[in-house]
Structures are given as structure tokens and as C-alpha cells.
Design a protein around this ligand. Structure first.
Ligand code: NAD
Length: 469
């Protein structure tokens, strides 16, 4: 990455913002075909540069190629294909019914691009979370500046190259840099800010947005619980939980953060989790560290944060059921299952965002539901049971951005569903049609006939009106 001084970055931001602001006005009437062309160009670049994409993300935190193919490349290409297929119908003005009192008029919702948008993305899915929102921004007819995470520099450089080769900078540009670059960008009056990252930084973004009354989509994180009934298929639940937790080395916003299991099912669940880890990550018996299918922690700072979290839990009486091995030289953190966990432990107070799965037990479902409801609303909630009624109760009695019965993480890939959090885990929704809406102003348009108005009886002088009321 080329190092730029703050004044150079400021100059670049000023220039790009002015350029995009002038162009955004021209894009207001851009037809679906023009937007689809941009998306097709993006798709083509991705399809012809898959090896470059894999190498860049792998260089950042040794993410396995298969995981890159599924959770970075496929997620973006499927978002593009879905959008291309449906964009014309999403863009069509939506006629609304006319009430009797408005007879003679017609009304519709017109989907207008918001204008110049800022996309700030995190490091954990550095490709997917920068480009997914871009697809929606372009579909809705906007221009965009992307600020990727400074923690994944190889992917950031690749994104800069991609954007330079595919788009004119008056339509899309990348501004690389540390937090200061994001802070400079946030001083600009963007029409919309789409932020993905932590709740703490989400608050900073929202404060900055308030200065210009920019609208925001905040895709944040939090502690997503998995509630496990005693009437469960242990093998099935364990395989879904182990994949959902340890894919990307646990650095997934919707990973099951912790498990709440019925006390009578705890032992069987832990045994199933342990043997599933062996099957998935240690098939050759040489240890998980030797597996090509297990990523690394993004940097030493996060490795140290996780290891001190684990130490704190052990010091306070928790038991490591499996894992716990750390290799600082490699940023390696073994998949770890830990029981005997209490609320006071650090790992139950903040999002873990790493490969530690705490197991807490409950005696009655109300206890589990109360525990979830006492804490900030999670981004995702998972419920595992053979009983539909159990799953329905868990989902109906708690609040979360999304919820899945008998699986986890997979709802991210369901392009027909809105994706996002609620309060502490996020504001606004993304993906597919909902992403298009996030970047659109739903303009209310009413057409009246000349000489006709429903408000005529309400005109002053009010004497006559008063008699009618
Ligand atoms: P982060 O909040 O530290 O950083 C995200 C982005 O914000 C980066 O580009 C960073 O440069 C920028 N940033 C950091 N501090 C800033 C500041 N003071 N002012 C302006 N910009 C600033 O998040 P992260 O560590 O990159 O990602 C992890 C978090 O993101 C977790 O909480 C995770 O749950 C969440 N996340 C959410 C989703 C989702 O879709 N809801 C997806 C992935 C990650």
C-alpha cells in the first residue's frame, strides 16, 4: 500500500467527492440497462481474476481457498446475478391505491438513487463486505467511495485495483488508509453511509452522519446465541455449529457466539462437538494446525485479545473441553470448546469474534430466553430442536436481526431475505431487494388533475370548514 500523508488523503477525498457529486446528478435517471452493464463488468472482472482474489485474501489471514470461493467470491457473484435478474422490476415505480377522499389523483413510489455513498468495510470478509454493498449501491443508481479495512492490506490493494480497472472514478473509487482516512471521509456530506463493523465504531459513524443528516445502514455485530433443546439430533446440530463457529477461524459476525444447552443434553452435545472438530479439521490426525482448511487470526492484537479472554475464563473456573492451543508465531488459535462458563467472564461480556465456543446450560427454556433478552439484541439467533414448537417459541420470544431454526449462518446466503441487525447489532437491512432499498430514496409521488383537489373544502375562509367539522 502506498503511504499517503493526511493532507494528500484529504486532497484525494475532496477531489473524488466533488467528482462523484457532479456525476451523481447525471445518474439519477440512469436506466436499468446502464446499471446492469456496470454489474456485468464487475462480475466479469471477478470471474477472470479469481486466483488473484484468492491469493490476496489468503495472504491476509491464510483463509482457505475453498472458504474464499464460497464466502467471498460466490457470495458476491450470487448477489450480482440476483440483482441483474430482478433490477428492472425493483426499479419500476410502485403504484399505490387511491383512497376515496383522493379520488381523481394517482400516486406511486419512485425509487430514486440517494446520490454519493460511502461504504466502510471490515477485515473479516474483506472482499464480500466491500463489494456486496457496492452491488446494491450501483443497482440503485448511486456513486460510491469504498474505504476498506486497513487490517487486510492485500485485499484492500486488490479492491483498489479492481475498482480502477472496472469503473470510472466518478462512479466508484477506493480510498485506502487507517482510521484517519475514514474520519476524513466522514466529514463529507454523503447521501448515504453503509458501515459494516463493530457496534462501538457504529456509534462513531452515526454521530458523524448526524452532522450532515446522512442516512445510515449499520451492519454491526454482537453475541449471537445458539439455543439447543434436549430433543435434538446431536450429530446434525454439532456439524452445523462447528462449521458456523470455526469457518473463517470464528471471525464471522453471525457465528454462533455461545451455546445455551438444556442441562440434560450438555454432555452429549460437547462430545458431538469434539468429534465433529476432529472429523472436519483433523482428518489426517496431524492436528488442526496442519489442516489447510482452517484460517488464522487476523493479527497478534486479536490473538492476544482472545488468549486473555480464554485465560480470564479459566482463572474464573471455566473448563476447556477441547482445544486451547495457541501458536503466536502463526496467529494460530485452535478450535476451542469451553464449559462451566458464567456471565461475569469477559468472554460472555463482549463479542468473541474468534474460535472459542462457550457452553452455558439452562434447566427451563424461560431461563435461556430471559438470558438472551437481558442482553443487547443479537445479529443472529439459532435454535436447534426436533420440535417445531420449541424453535418457534425461541424465535418468537426473543429479538434478533435474523434467526435460523436447525442451522446457522446460512441465512446470509438467502438473497430473498433482508440481512441486518436490530439496535445494538445494526440499523437497516442489506442484500438483494433490501439492499436496493437501503440505497434508494423511496420518493412519494402524487399526480393531481388540473382543476381538481381533495383539499378544496378545506381552503379558508375557515368559517364553512368549522361548520362541517
Ligand atoms: P471495526 O468497527 O473496528 O472497523 C470497521 C471499519 O471501520 C474499518 O474499515 C475501520 O478502518 C473503520 N474504523 C475503525 N475505527 C474507526 C473510527 N474511529 N472512525 C471511523 N472509522 C473507523 O470492525 P472490524 O474489527 O473491522 O470488524 C469486526 C466487527 O464487525 C465485529 O463486531 C463484527 O461482528 C462486525 N461485522 C458485522 C457484519 C455484519 O454484516 N453485520 C459483518 C462483518 C463484521
Amino acid at each position: 500500500m502506498t503511504i499517503h500523508t493526511i493532507s494528500e488523503t484529504q486532497h484525494t477525498i475532496d477531489r473524488l467527492f466533488d467528482l462523484q457529486q457532479a456525476h451523481a446528478v447525471k445518474l439519477r435517471k440512469s436506466p436499468a440497462t446502464a446499471r446492469i452493464n456496470l454489474l456485468k463488468r464487475l462480475l466479469e472482472w471477478i470471474m477472470t481474476h479469481q486466483e488473484d482474489i484468492r491469493k490476496a485474501i489468503h495472504a491476509d489471514f491464510k483463509k482457505p481457498y475453498t472458504e474464499i470461493d464460497i464466502s467471498e467470491i460466490f457470495v458476491v457473484t450470487s448477489e450480482i446475478n440476483h440483482t441483474i435478474k430482478h433490477l428492472s422490476s425493483w426499479m419500476k415505480p410502485k403504484k399505490v391505491p387511491t383512497p376515496l377522499t383522493m379520488l381523481g389523483s394517482t400516486s406511486y413510489v419512485h425509487y430514486e438513487p440517494k446520490g454519493v455513498c460511502l461504504i466502510i468495510s471490515p477485515w473479516n470478509y474483506p472482499f464480500n463486505l466491500a463489494l456486496g454493498p457496492l452491488v446494491s449501491a450501483l443497482a440503485a443508481g448511486n456513486t460510491a467511495i469504498i474505504k476498506p479495512s486497513e487490517m487486510t492490506p492485500h485485499t484492500s490493494a486488490l479492491l483498489r485495483r479492481l475498482v480502477a480497472e472496472v469503473f470510472d472514478e466518478q462512479v466508484v473509487a477506493v480510498v485506502e488508509g487507517e482510521v484517519e482516512a475514514a474520519q476524513l471521509l466522514l466529514q463529507k456530506p454523503f447521501d448515504h453511509i453503509f458501515f459494516t463493523g463493530s457496534p462501538a465504531v457504529g456509534k462513531i459513524i452515526m454521530r458523524a452522519a448526524a452532522e450532515h443528516l446522512s442516512s445510515v445502514t449499520l451492519e454491526l455485530g454482537g453475541k449471537s446465541p445458539a439455543v439447543i433443546d434436549q430433543r435434538v439430533d446431536f450429530k446434525d446440530a454439532a456439524s452445523k455449529l462447528v462449521w458456523g463457529k470455526f469457518v473463517n477461524c470464528g471471525q464471522t459476525c453471525i457465528a454462533p457466539d455461545y451455546v445455551l444447552v438444556h442441562a440434560s443434553a450438555k454432555k452429549e452435545l460437547i462430545d458431538a462437538l469434539k468429534s465433529t472438530i476432529e472429523v472436519m479439521y483433523n482428518p489426517a490426525g496431524k492436528g488442526v494446525q496442519a489442516s489447510p482448511d482452517y484460517a488464522r487470526i487476523v493479527n497478534t492484537k486479536h490473538l492476544n485479545r482472545l488468549s486473555s479472554m480464554l485465560q480470564d475464563a479459566v482463572d474464573k473456573g471455566a473448563v476447556i473441553e477441547s482445544g486451547g492451543v495457541i501458536d503466536v508465531a502463526e496467529n494460530y488459535f485452535e478450535p476451542t470448546i469451553i464449559s462451566g462458563v458464567t456471565e461475569e467472564m469477559e468472554l460472555m461480556q463482549e463479542e468473541i469474534f474468534g474460535p472459542i465456543l462457550p457452553i452455558m446450560e439452562y434447566q427451563a427454556l424461560d431461563e435461556a430466553v430471559d438470558y438472551i433478552n437481558k442482553h443487547p439484541k443479537p445479529l443472529a439467533l439459532y435454535s436447534f430442536s426436533k420440535s417445531d414448537d420449541f424453535n418457534k417459541q425461541v424465535i418468537a420470544h426473543t429479538s434478533s436481526g435474523g434467526a435460523v431454526a436447525n442451522d446457522c449462518v446460512l441465512h446470509f446466503l438467502q438473497t430473498e431475505l433482508p440481512f441486518g441487525g436490530v439496535n445494538n447489532s445494526g440499523i437497516g437491512k442489506a442484500h438483494g431487494y433490501y439492499g436496493f432499498l437501503a440505497f434508494s430514496n423511496e420518493k412519494a409521488v402524487m399526480k393531481q388533475r388540473i382543476g381538481l383537489t381533495a383539499s378544496k373544502p378545506l381552503y379558508p375562509p375557515y368559517g364553512a370548514v368549522a361548520k362541517k367539522v
